[in-house]
Design a protein. Structure first.
Length: 402
C-alpha cells in the first residue's frame, strides 16, 4: 500500500532577534505535538511535517514574506505558531487569499477588529489566546480580588502604570487605566510611555513622589524587564510590582537572581499546575532539557492538537486554494472546544479568539485561565497564586515592602 503524502504545517517563528528564546520554545512545542499526532496515526492516516521560517525581528515585512513563502513554495495546509509582535495582522492578507487555517498567539485586540471587518474573508484566522486587552482589565480584577479577599491590605488605592512604546504594551496600560476606577483604584497620572533603553532611576523617582500602592510595567521583553527591575531594587518603592509576561521567562530570573522574589507577573496562556499541566511540563523538559520553558512551548502545542481534531472531524485537509475543506475545519474549530494542557480553548463566535477566565467568563470550564504568578527565589518555580480554582500557593508580601 503506497504511503500517504505528508500534511505540511507551516510555522512563522522568531528564531533570531529579541524574541529568539520564545521562538525556540514555539518550535519545540509544535514539533512535540506533531510527533504525538503522528504516533497516533496522523490526521486520517496522513503524517504531519513542520516547515519553520524565521521571522527575526517580527516586522510586517518579515512575517508577510514568511507567510507567502510557506504558502507558495511549501504549499502548507495550515500555519500554526506562537506570537509575532509587529506585523499588526499584515500576514492575514496572503493567508486569507490562500484560504488556509492560521492559528497564532499574537495576543492583539486588533485581531477582533480584523475578523469583524470581513468574517467571510478571514474565516481561517484564529487567535488561540485572549487579546492583550484582557491583561489590563484582568490585572485590575486580580488586584481587587487580592484586596477584597483579605490576602493583601493596600495602604492606599493608587496604581502607577508604565508602558513600553509598542502597541501591545500601550493597549495593556490603557486597559488597566480604563478599568481602575470601576474597581475603586486611582491613577496618580495617566500611563507613562517610555523607550525601553531608559535610565529608569529618574522615572522611578517621579513615581515615588506619588507613593502608589502598586506599580505596573507593561513592557514585555525579559531582558529589558530584568534591567528595569534591577534599577527598581536599588531603591524599591513601597509597592507591589507587576511586570508583564516576560518576567516568567528563565532569562529574567537568571539576570535578577534573588532580587526577583515577590514580583507578580501573568500570562493569558500558560500551564495550570493541574494533572494535565504537570504531565506536559515533565514530558516537555524530558524532551528538550531541564532549562526548557513549557509555559511558552505549550502555545503551538495546544493549537496543533486542536487543529488535528478539527481536521479529522471535517474529513481531511487541503492545500492553499482548497477553501471548502478549510471552511469545514474552521467550523469544527469554532464548534468543538478543546481542553488543552493550558486549559479550555473555546473560540468566541465574533472574535475567533480564545475566551479568557475569569475576565470574560466566570466558568473555568468555558475559558482559558488568566494565570497570575509570583516569583520566588533562584531555582524555585514561580508560585501560581490566581485565579481560583487553579491556585497552587498563597500570595506573599514582597520582601521590599515594609
Amino acid at each position: 500500500m503506497p504511503s500517504l503524502a505528508p500534511i505540511r504545517i507551516g510555522s512563522m517563528v522568531p528564531l533570531t532577534g529579541s524574541s529568539a528564546n520564545d521562538g525556540r520554545e514555539f518550535r519545540n512545542g509544535l514539533s512535540m505535538a506533531i510527533e504525538e499526532v503522528n504516533a497516533r496515526g496522523g490526521i486520517l492516516g496522513r503524517p504531519l511535517e513542520a516547515v519553520f521560517i524565521d521571522t527575526g525581528n517580527q516586522t510586517a515585512g518579515e512575517v508577510v514574506r514568511a507567510a507567502r513563502q510557506l504558502i507558495a513554495r511549501h504549499r502548507v495546509s495550515a500555519i500554526i505558531n506562537g506570537y509575532n509582535i509587529g506585523p499588526q495582522n499584515a500576514e492575514y492578507e496572503p493567508i486569507a487569499d490562500a484560504g488556509i487555517i492560521y492559528m497564532h498567539h499574537n495576543t492583539l485586540v486588533q485581531h477582533h477588529d480584523t475578523i469583524a471587518s470581513d468574517p467571510h474573508r478571514y474565516f481561517g484566522c484564529f487567535m488561540s489566546d485572549p487579546a492583550e486587552y484582557w491583561y489590563g482589565q484582568g490585572f485590575i480584577k486580580f488586584l481587587s480580588w487580592l484586596r477584597d479577599s483579605g490576602r493583601w491590605r493596600p495602604r492606599n488605592r493608587r496604581v502607577a502604570i508604565l508602558s513600553g512604546p509598542k502597541p501591545y504594551s500601550i493597549v495593556i496600560a490603557n486597559a488597566m487605566a480604563g478599568a481602575a476606577a470601576k474597581f475603586g483604584w486611582e491613577l496618580p497620572h495617566p500611563p507613562r510611555i517610555h523607550p525601553v533603553n531608559s535610565d529608569w532611576c529618574d522615572v522611578l523617582d517621579g513615581i515615588r513622589t506619588h507613593d502608589p500602592a502598586v506599580l505596573a510595567m507593561t513592557h514585555f521583553h525579559a531582558g529589558d524587564l530584568a534591567r528595569f527591575h534591577l534599577q527598581f531594587m536599588e531603591r524599591p518603592l513601597n509597592s507591589l510590582l507587576y511586570l508583564q509576561y516576560g518576567a516568567l521567562h528563565r532569562v529574567f530570573s537568571e539576570i535578577t537572581g534573588e532580587r526577583a522574589r515577590g514580583v507578580i507577573t501573568c500570562t493569558v496562556i500558560g500551564l495550570p499546575r493541574d494533572e494535565l499541566g504537570r504531565r506536559f511540563s515533565a514530558d516537555y523538559r524530558s524532551r528538550f532539557g531541564p532549562q526548557a520553558t513549557p509555559e511558552i512551548g505549550c502555545q503551538p502545542y495546544c493549537s496543533l492538537h486542536h487543529y488535528a481534531i478539527a481536521a479529522a472531524v471535517a474529513g481531511g485537509v487541503g492545500e492553499p486554494g482548497d477553501v471548502e475543506i478549510n471552511r469545514r475545519i474552521a467550523k469544527a474549530l469554532m464548534d468543538i472546544p478543546y481542553r488543552s494542557v493550558a486549559g479550555m480553548i473555546r473560540y468566541h463566535p465574533a472574535w475567533q479568539a480564545a475566551v479568557p477566565y475569569p475576565d470574560a467568563t466566570q466558568d473555568p470550564s468555558l475559558g482559558l485561565p488568566h494565570l497570575f504568578y509570583q516569583l520566588r527565589g533562584p531555582g524555585e518555580p514561580a508560585a501560581l497564586i490566581a485565579p481560583e480554582p487553579f491556585i497552587e500557593q498563597p500570595f506573599e508580601l514582597p520582601p521590599w515592602i515594609s
